[in-house]
Write a protein of this length. Structure first.
Lengths: 270, 260
């Protein structure tokens, strides 16, 4: 684990999808930076363009305008330097847990003995001992997501992009996973750009929170979270920042309609 | 318990079938000419044809061997061409648009329509193999194309973020996720192939075969032998497709991809 974190810079990042006759502006003139080894959460109503932003940072999607820089180098295509944990896991169903984690290492032509050592290490890191030879369909959502995280980490990227990784996990497991992730981040010193629509999650995890507007995604507000870790969700500082973020977000949710207001309630409590 | 019940129902349906067959044979035996032979006579003939050569001097296992050999070579040939072509057509839109019109014109032609062409082109020994080839070729080709087109895009994306370049994406993501569709194509193809081989053998073949034995028995009025061939064809057809079906399921299980 020596791929030290790299800085990310989004400059005037814009994405317009053209579908038939319609144009959907998903992301508009998004500009912000993530410092090396920083943990930044992107928060915004669902459908506002968060996944699209991550995909552009990962090099999976070309910006319509503007660019992404990783350590001052413009992103043009996907690279093993930038790992991604997908919202829907995206595990290879025919590969066992161990083989999923080994995927990037195989591509890098790491010798087999070393692969087996490294995969064991990452299996342990995400607490999946005993499931090394299981296939993804035998795992619960939380376990699948841990494989996704281990797979991305094993490749030793300098930047880790995470797209609502704990969205489909029950609250109990989620809290556990959040603490695990912080532990991993602290020891591996990656730069993390983490997407969520849960205010609580963002305040618990992030050094800084980038609150996005409703579609098209623009930066509405950047909020510092100067609380030392481990954070106590019931402390006054925590609740203070949470309320502040919630207020910012509330107005954006209101733009997206009544249905989304229920999501706010959920995000606020989750 | 469940298995026992299923066995019971299977056994009774076979028994009822044999009884009806026997009654029909009895009715038919009341006047000349007799076309429907008693089931017992047929089974006796089938049993004996493993032990005694028929009027042409052939044991039935020799005919089975000839037919299976044709099926096998046709199958291998079809796989060897349909698999790479299907991968290419599914992957590259240039390959797809340049070959699709030909495939779409050739595909709906019933495989048996090729019988006279192939017998004339390839002769009576290799022609039948080519007919099996055509029968298996299209189901496998379409299965593979469909498989490639159905590769979940997020898996391709995931492999890219892990450093995979086009060749690796192809070998480590696209090909494996195509395998279940390939297996399904093989399963369907073998069923078609089995029909083709019999028809081809009936129309002209060198070196025996069940279809050939069937038509020879029929034209010389040896109806018990004819029915014995039909039963043997049923059993073998069932066994081959069942083998393909089970291996398809096993491969899916082994690949952790469940059933569909
Ligand atoms: N490939 C695409 N083609 C067309 N529209 C898309 C595509 N991907 C996303 N969109 C649209 O862009 C908007 C933002 O999507 P997304 O980035 O997934 O939002 P989020 O992750 O914040 O929920 C949505 O309106 C979505 O329908
Ligand atoms: Mg999303």
């Amino acid at each position: 684990m020596d791929g030290h974190g790299a800085g990310i810079e989004l400059r005037d990042l814009t994405k317009i999808f053209r579908k038939d006759w319609r144009e959907v502006v998903a992301v508009e003139s998004l500009t912000f930076r993530v410092e090396p080894e920083e943990f930044v959460c992107m928060l915004g109503p669902s459908g506002c363009g968060k996944t699209t932003v991550l995909r552009m940072v990962a090099g999976l999607e070309r910006p319509t305008r503007g660019s992404v820089f990783i350590d001052q180098k413009e992103v043009n295509s996907p690279s093993p330097e930038v790992g991604m944990v997908f919202q829907e896991f995206a595990l290879f169903p025919w590969r066992t847990v161990r083989k999923n984690i080994a995927f990037g290492l195989e591509i890098k032509k790491v010798p087999p003995e070393k692969i087996s050592l490294l995969t064991s290490e990452y299996v342990q890191l995400v607490g999946l001992e005993g499931f090394e030879d299981a296939h993804p369909k035998e795992l619960s959502g939380g376990m699948k997501q841990r494989v996704g995280i281990a797979r991305a980490l094993a490749n030793d990227p300098r930047v880790l992009l995470m797209d609502e990784p704990f969205g489909s996990i029950d609250a109990q497991t989620r809290n556990l996973m959040q603490r695990e992730l912080l532990r991993i981040w602290e020891s591996a010193r990656k730069t993390v750009l983490f997407v969520t629509h849960s205010v609580d999650e963002a305040v618990f995890l992030a050094d800084r929170i980038v609150v996005l507007t409703a579609r098209p995604a623009k930066v509405r507000e950047v909020i510092d979270v100067p609380i030392p870790r481990p954070r106590d969700r019931t402390s006054p500082e925590f609740i203070g920042i949470r309320v502040k973020v919630l207020e910012e977000l509330q107005e954006e949710f209101e733009k997206t309609g009544v249905l989304e207001r229920q999501a706010v309630a959920k995000a606020g409590s989750g | 318990m469940k298995l026992l019940r299923r066995l019971f129902f299977s056994a009774s349906s076979i028994a009822i079938f044999l009884i009806i067959w026997h009654i029909l044979a009895w009715l038919d035996n009341q006047s000349r000419p007799v076309v429907i032979v008693y089931p017992l006579d047929v089974f006796e003939n089938l049993f004996n044809s493993f032990l005694e050569p028929d009027f042409r001097g052939f044991l039935i296992q020799e005919e089975i061997y000839s037919s299976l050999k044709r099926l096998f070579f046709g199958f291998v040939l079809a796989l060897a061409i349909a698999l790479p072509l299907g991968l290419l057509m599914g992957y590259s839109s240039i390959a797809m648009s340049s070959t699709k019109p030909i495939v779409e014109i050739l595909r709906p032609i019933p495989p048996l329509a090729w019988v006279p062409v192939f017998l004339a082109l390839f002769g009576n020994s290799f022609g039948p193999v080519m007919i099996v080839f055509i029968g298996i070729f299209f189901p496998v080709l379409l299965g593979v194309i469909f498989g490639v087109r159905n590769v979940p895009p997020e898996l391709v994306d995931a492999s890219k973020t892990l450093g995979a370049r086009p060749m690796k994406i192809f070998s480590k993501v696209i090909f494996p996720s195509t395998v279940p569709y390939l297996m399904n194509g093989i399963y369907i193809g073998l069923g078609v192939g089995w029909m083709c081989i019999v028809a081809a053998e009936m129309l002209g073949v060198i070196g025996g075969g069940l279809g050939y034995r069937l038509i020879e028995s029929a034209t010389t009025g040896r109806y018990d032998s004819m029915y014995a061939c039909i039963i043997m064809l049923g059993i073998l057809g069932f066994l081959t497709t069942e083998l393909a079906r089970i291996s398809s399921i096993k491969v899916r299980e082994w690949m952790g991809m469940g059933q569909e």
